[in-house]
Design a protein. Structure first.
Length: 58
């Protein structure tokens, strides 16, 4: 699963979520798309808001 994260922050967010849309406007070039596995590998944590919504849809 692809997720989005802002360089230097510990949270990652569901791609296409409301968080992702807001971050696209605010973070600009610091926003990156990675896999959830890569995020876990470097110690990142899921966003409790948008990832919960993603898991409910699965």
């Amino acid at each position: 699963m692809d997720v989005v994260a802002v360089l230097g922050e510990r949270l990652y967010h569901a791609a296409g979520s409301e968080c992702h849309r807001k971050l696209s406007e605010e973070a600009g070039e610091r926003l990156m798309t990675i896999t959830a596995a890569m995020a876990h590998e470097v110690g990142m944590e899921p966003c409790g808001i948008c990832m919960r919504g993603y898991e409910e849809k699965r």
